[in-house]
Design a protein. Structure first.
Length: 393
């Protein structure tokens, strides 16, 4: 009776974790309050399951990297000029770390597919609403919960890369379901172009190039990628506001001013930085956007270095190195596992390649990235456990 009781409670907690993750994913482009409540519930249930040894995560370099980011941001907050402001920035880091740790504990393929479909449907719905409103107002697309156009583009393209990976590699989807995902992907691609943001497309084009070499079907991957690359290019060309912006270099000149200031701040505060949420730079007279004030360094590495110091940078590099290790070392994955692997790669490229030109690891787009990364790690660890069990037998 006690054994059955224990299994019953484990079953209930597993389901609470799963359904709360789905709610959190759906809320990302729609509701800050629902997202916040979901995050705290996920943290509580996850910690309870770890305490009861129902979840036993295999700690990778990626896990250590996120722990480094949290600890360095916490210590930095203790020395910051405005502790409350810094702790709010720490909260953002905790949110996307929770998404990774929780997703990494989910290895059931049905649950993983449900989470992915929830992400795809909610993103496509938010993108469609944003497109309609933008056309009606003759303005840049706005999805309020995702904040400014730069962040909207990051979020959309991270999800778009996962969709493409599912279409190309997954064997869990029928032709009809893949066609449906393809329709959602076209909506999201259109919305991404309407943000008029260029940097995320660097990550997208790198991803399309990489997926050509995915192992399931070189021919299928090549056909899809070679269709998508011209389609993206034509879409960008036809949308004149983005096409005109491609020829403008003022933003790069502005970034050089901002990057220089971030480097100075890092030199002055190399160990703990100035604190999360503390970066601020006023463009000087004579510069592009003179008088404008910027609150991030427009570079993930300089943003991290200036705000939380060298230990934060170590965290970033541990995450990148950990992903490369798992990406290269993951062998004999199922087709579904491969789709998760390349979906995570899309998020990595937008975050760390696009991050050269913008601050990419915060807010909802960071949660989308860490969610996909966690689902990939959870799938790897499931196959690793299965192989160990088979070997013992």
């Amino acid at each position: 009776m006690q054994a059955r009781h224990g299994v019953f409670h484990k079953f209930k907690l597993d389901n609470v974790l799963f359904y709360t993750t789905v709610i959190m994913v759906v809320s990302l482009p729609f509701s800050e309050s629902v997202k916040t409540v979901s995050m705290y519930l996920l943290l509580a249930v996850f910690l309870l399951q770890v305490y009861r040894k129902e979840i036993k995560p295999d700690i990778t370099l990626i896990h250590v990297g996120f722990i480094f980011l949290i600890l360095s941001a916490f210590v930095s907050s203790m020395f910051a000029e405005n502790m409350a402001k810094s702790l709010k920035g720490l909260q953002d880091i905790v949110y996307y770390s929770i998404a990774f740790f929780v997703a990494g504990s989910i290895s059931d393929e049905k649950q993983t597919r449900t989470i992915l479909w929830s992400l795809y449907l909610s993103t496509a719905a938010a993108a469609l609403v944003g497109i309609v409103r933008a056309v009606q107002a003759h303005a840049t697309i706005d999805i309020h919960q995702l904040r400014n156009p730069n962040y909207i583009a990051m979020y959309l393209i991270i999800v778009l890369a996962s969709m493409i990976s599912t279409i190309v590699l997954s064997d869990k989807e029928t032709k009809l379901s893949k066609a449906s995902i393809g329709m959602f992907a076209l909506i999201i691609l259109s919305a991404s172009v309407m943000t008029e943001y260029r940097s995320s497309f660097v990550g997208l084009f790198l991803f399309l190039f990489m997926i050509i070499f995915a192992r399931r079907s070189m021919k299928y991957s090549l056909v899809v990628a070679t269709v998508l690359i011209p389609l993206c290019s034509v879409t960008i060309f036809l949308y004149k506001p983005l096409w005109n912006k491609l020829l403008v270099t003022n933003s790069l000149i502005s970034r050089l001013y901002i990057w220089k200031d971030a480097i100075v701040l890092f030199k002055e505060h190399p160990y703990f930085g100035i604190g999360p949420n503390h970066f601020a730079y006023l463009m000087p007279p004579g510069s592009p956007d003179a008088g404008a004030r910027y609150y991030d360094a427009h570079n993930i590495y300089l943003q991290t270095a200036s705000q939380i110091g060298v230990f934060g940078l170590i965290g970033l590099f541990l995450i990148m190195c950990g992903f490369l290790r798992e990406f290269i070392g993951s062998k004999s994955l199922s087709h579904f596992g491969l789709s998760l692997k390349y979906g995570a790669l899309g998020g990595v490229l937008v975050t760390f390649a696009g991050g050269i030109f913008d601050t990419t690891l915060h807010h909802c787009h960071a949660i989308a990235f860490t969610l996909l990364l966690g689902l990939f790690i959870g799938n790897i660890q499931k196959h690793s456990t299965a192989r160990e069990t088979a070997t013992k037998r």
